[in-house]
Design a binder for this molecule. Structure first.
Ligand SMILES: [Mn+2]
Length: 356
């Protein structure tokens, strides 16, 4: 095993070896990240897929999209993003299915059927999980991004990391650490990022494409969300929301909204924040939670059937935005040790003694 970033204990090192030999033993390989893909999910799948294709030109390696939807615009610059195949159009039963950045089979959406058909399943992931769905799971919750784990794996397996592979993986690290600004931006993340830049990854290109290429329509929506930010609990909790009609009027698609929670997060003095967005077709509300301090918001996400990390979690809520706020805010107020009476009266109607 080559030198690694300090992330890999003996157990994980043994698993990395096992994964390498499972890959060698497979002829057809399908790789997929989760539904509503983000930079880590796409960067990890593409980076691993490209590296395997370069190393094993005789194998059939296919990178899949869990949804039958286009790649989000800001990630289309990723090398070979145009070759990603919707899982519904992949008919084969692969020897090996590799899940990246996904803790539960359900979040693989259409790709979960491919996983079920596969002879063996490997998972690379950094989310906490209650059950493992893969035969071999490389789960490291201390990794800032799944892309860090992929980088460590490629390095340990002595695989060449081309500049294209490196750019894909660095995109995963940059986006999952919020440009190295979140609490998860640890030395292992910087270590992998440094090695990737040495391999030819282009940090300036990633920053340009992901953060400096917003459509004016998106910025109009962002200003709407910004204008709606409210703080409670002496400024420790902030929240905002976007309605389906806001997206329609601004001309913004749902996959462009991932960064909106960061607008809410950016308020000075805020410790936890909440951003709610109505899903189209009455599918409920998507909730995103962030913590800027030591407060763990994953339990709140869990209470609403979601999950995630201590500092970044999400869930889908079935109900209206107002009902969602009046249910979720008391839990956030509790986390920062504030009183529910600090909630705006307009939202307090649904709150009862059970919330305390
Ligand atoms: Mn991730």
């Amino acid at each position: 095993m080559s030198s690694h970033s300090g992330l890999v204990g003996d157990d994980l090192a043994a698993d990395l070896d096992r994964v390498a030999s499972m890959i060698v033993g497979a002829q057809t390989i399908a790789i997929s990240g989760h539904t509503s893909p983000d930079g880590d999910s796409l960067g990890s799948a593409l980076g691993l897929g490209l590296a395997l294709r370069e190393r094993y030109p005789d194998k059939s390696v296919t990178c899949l999209l869990a949804d039958d939807a286009p790649v989000p615009r800001i990630y289309r610059f990723l090398p070979h993003a145009d070759e990603l195949l919707s899982a519904v159009r992949y008919d084969a039963s692969p020897d090996l299915f590799i899940s990246v950045d996904c803790p539960i089979l359900d979040r693989l959406a259409d790709s979960s059927d491919v996983a079920r058909r596969a002879r063996t399943v490997i998972s690379f992931d950094h989310h906490p999980a209650r059950h493992e769905f893969a035969g071999v799971s490389l789960r490291c919750v201390d990794a800032a991004a799944t892309a860090v784990l992929i980088e460590v794996f490629l390095y340990a397996a002595d695989m060449t990391i081309s500049s294209e592979v490196a750019t894909c993986l660095l995109c995963g690290i940059v986006t999952d650490t919020g440009r190295f600004q979140y609490q998860n931006a640890n030395s292992a993340a910087f270590f992998s990022a440094s090695r990737l830049v040495a391999c030819g990854a282009q940090p300036a290109l990633i920053a340009l494409e992901v953060y400096q290429s917003q459509r004016i329509e998106y910025l109009r929506l962002e200003s709407l969300v910004m204008g709606r930010i409210k703080t409670v609990a002496g400024g420790k909790v902030a929240y905002s929301y976007a309605r389906e009609v806001d997206l329609r009027r601004c001309g913004v698609s749902a996959d462009e909204c991932d960064g909106l929670v960061d607008v809410v997060r950016s308020v000075n003095g805020v410790e936890v924040c909440l951003f709610l967005r109505e899903l189209d077709g009455d599918r409920g509300i998507r909730g995103n939670l962030r913590s800027k301090a030591d407060i763990d918001v994953s339990g709140v996400a869990d209470a609403f059937g979601g999950g995630g990390h201590a500092a970044a979690a999400g869930f889908t809520y079935h109900g209206s935005i107002k009902a969602g706020l009046s249910e979720i805010l008391p839990l956030l107020l509790e986390l920062v040790g504030a009183d529910v009476s600090e909630m705006p009266a307009s939202l307090r109607s649904g709150v009862s003694a059970k919330s305390r």
